[in-house]
Design a protein around this ligand. Structure first.
Ligand SMILES: [Fe+2]
Ligand SMILES: [Fe+2]
Length: 337
């Protein structure tokens, strides 16, 4: 979801400034560039330009925040899942997303930013997360559509990140992508079952697709022409495929799945282009995208306050875990003495 970070600054109301290239250490810089050119990996202990470090902290932390906030729209359906089977699947999926957030915070910490600093960014509203999670989940069909389309778009974005030049991020993505694949399939399967049901169930699926389709296309970030920082991300081997190319891959993969499902994608301009060998599609509403990024989407405030409350309510767990660790350490020291 998360190429958005090349296009979305953390500071409110700003587009991200282009990263300034470092002249801090020409010899180290040459070594770094050679490693990137050879498609090698950069590890935490390696020298890296400050702009590369900052860009990665922003990208990985926005990604981590997205996983954590992404638990909320689906989490509120766990108690309302239509069967024990669906409840068990949804609990597993939401738990996976929490795990993704934790691997990614750990990856960001290897760049020298503490967990507390990262969380403070999210909780104060300064740091961004994927705007797709600022929309409400109105019916059970939304849970299926999120799996099919939102996790489907996340996979498109994240598969290339398995080859990211920063080692800890790339390695985290390998496991994350395997789990995202399960998320996509469970969503699609839930929708297939609903589409064999009553007319009301079919209408519920179509309505959910209508509400999520365009927002999912926007998940890939603004058009390439409006993403000046993407080129630097590509140069550094962080971003491998442009926003528009990823979006096209997603559209091409999803149209045949929509046919099998028996729903209509809400775009009158969506049609196969024989010359391009791709589907053409209509205009995305970027004003709505930026408005949501700026904090004015339907659920921005609710998501943030729910997250802050969950963190505050969990303080006693963290305190207890720390007290327990301290006690264990004291005991070990006493025994060693
Ligand atoms: Fe995830
Ligand atoms: Fe997922």
């Amino acid at each position: 979801m998360y190429t958005q970070s090349f296009s979305v600054a953390d500071a409110p109301g700003q587009k991200p400034a282009a990263p300034t290239l470092s002249t801090e250490n020409p010899e180290e810089m040459a070594r770094f560039d050679a490693r990137i050119d050879a498609d090698g990996r950069i590890e935490p202990q390696d020298w890296m330009p400050e702009a590369y470090r900052k860009t990665l902290v922003r990208q990985i932390s926005q990604h981590a925040h997205s996983e954590i906030v992404g638990m909320l729209p689906e989490g509120n359906w766990i108690s309302r899942a239509p069967s024990l089977k669906r409840k068990a699947i949804l609990i597993a999926k939401v738990q996976d997303e929490g795990g993704h957030g934790l691997y990614l915070y750990s990856a960001a910490e290897t760049l020298g930013t503490s967990r507390d600093q990262l969380l403070e960014g999210l909780h104060s509203g300064r740091a961004k997360y994927s705007s797709i999670f600022n929309y409400p989940t109105l019916t059970w069909a939304d849970v299926g559509v999120i799996g099919w389309l939102v996790d489907g778009a996340a996979i498109m974005n994240q598969i290339p990140l398995c080859r990211c030049s920063y080692g800890p991020y790339a390695r985290a993505m390998v496991r994350v992508c395997k789990e995202e694949s399960f998320h996509q399939r469970q969503g699609y399967e839930a929708l297939l079952v609903m589409m064999t049901g009553t007319e009301a169930q079919k209408a519920m699926v179509q309505d959910a697709v209508n509400r999520w389709w365009w927002k999912c296309l926007a998940m890939f970030g603004p058009p390439d022409a409006d993403s000046p920082n993407s080129a630097q991300g590509m140069r550094w081997g962080i971003k491998r495929i442009s926003n528009d190319d990823l979006r096209q891959k997603f559209v091409d993969a999803t149209v045949p799945q929509a046919k099998v499902l028996g729903i209509t994608l809400p775009d009158p301009d969506l049609k196969w282009n024989e010359a391009r060998q791709h589907y053409d599609y209509g205009q995305i509403d970027w004003a709505e995208f930026w408005n949501t990024v700026e904090g004015n989407g339907p659920c921005n405030k609710e998501r943030l306050s729910t997250r802050v409350k969950a963190h505050t309510d969990g303080q006693w767990v963290r305190d207890a875990a720390l007290a327990y660790t301290r006690k264990q350490q004291e005991r070990a020291m006493k025994e060693a003495a």
